[in-house]
Design a protein. Structure first.
Lengths: 145, 145
């Protein structure tokens, strides 16, 4: 079993606040190649029943949490993203302020077809300026040799 | 918008959403790095990628592939607010020059807490038929009545 610092599991990071800018939403949608006008134009968004320009579902990844403490995982030459999952409760609109916190949920050792890997699960909570939880996230990081 | 509403009454298990095809380029990876804030060099620095054990060089951000899969689902939905859960796991690596085809299929429909929900399986496949990402989406749909 690969050793790591278990004391950091479950410890929530200090919140980081982000202003949701319409220009950032536009650039993100452009980079994905998503031309839906609800990400570019407030009138088009309103015509689609939205308050204003809305963030695409994976825009949540731009709200980076404060870096979590080092797990001191004595393993792995490359870090890969194994997966991302989100639950959505409220829309994120241009003009909102989003606060993100993160914590390590679990660290698991597995052996796959490329050998031993360590899976690091991180949970994220996103709140808006009204204190509402708008979404939760779960990221899977993979360390491998 | 020109989007046709999707009604719970009309969808059946086994129905497919219209496929979405993407052609990632190195330019798009740089664009996405900037828009997402993910500057990990394995996505744009060939030598860094090779040194990190990715012998064929740079790879597509997992979250960009996730962004395409989210677009697949939101293109099909009348409103992105219908998306309640979205999660992907990354399998084969997607690379610039690949043709990535995103597909989604309804796997179940049910009532929960007064909402009409539909679970979908989604996947992004390269031109060799390898799955780069697989995942699930849960959406709430309106009824005709």
């Amino acid at each position: 079993m690969v050793d790591f610092d278990r004391s950091v599991l479950g410890v929530e990071s200090a919140p980081i606040r982000y202003d949701v800018e319409k220009g950032a939403i536009r650039k993100f949608a452009e980079a994905v190649g998503d031309e839906d006008p609800i990400y570019y134009d407030a009138q088009a968004a309103q015509a689609a029943g939205l308050k204003t320009i809305v963030a695409p579902p994976t825009f949540l990844c731009t709200f980076r949490a404060q870096e979590l403490p080092d797990l001191q995982l004595a393993f792995g030459r490359v870090r890969l993203n194994g997966g991302n999952a989100y639950e959505y409760y409220q829309p994120v609109y241009a003009g909102d302020t989003i606060t993100v916190t993160a914590k390590y949920a679990d660290v698991v050792e597995r052996t796959g077809r490329t050998g031993k890997m360590m899976f690091v699960f991180t949970e994220l909570t996103f709140r808006n300026q009204h204190g509402e939880v708008v979404a939760k996230g779960r990221n899977t990081g993979i360390m491998r040799d | 918008m020109g989007k046709q509403p999707v009604y719970y009454d009309d969808v059946q298990v086994g129905d497919a959403m219209p496929a979405l095809v993407k052609h990632p380029t190195t330019r798009q990876l740089v664009q996405y790095a900037g828009a997402s804030g993910d500057y990990y060099e394995i996505h744009y620095d060939h030598h860094f990628a090779v040194k990190s054990g990715l012998k064929d060089g740079v790879i597509v951000h997992g979250l960009l592939t996730a962004g395409w899969l989210a677009q697949l689902v939101t293109d099909w939905l009348p409103s992105p607010l219908a998306l309640q859960k979205f999660g992907v796991s990354y399998r084969a690596m997607a690379r610039p020059g690949d043709t990535i085809t995103c597909t989604g299929t309804i796997v179940s429909k049910y009532d929960k807490d007064g909402q009409r929900l539909v679970d979908c399986e989604i996947s992004a496949e390269n031109q060799h038929g390898e799955k780069c990402a697989i995942g699930q989406a849960t959406v709430a749909l309106p009824t005709r009545s």
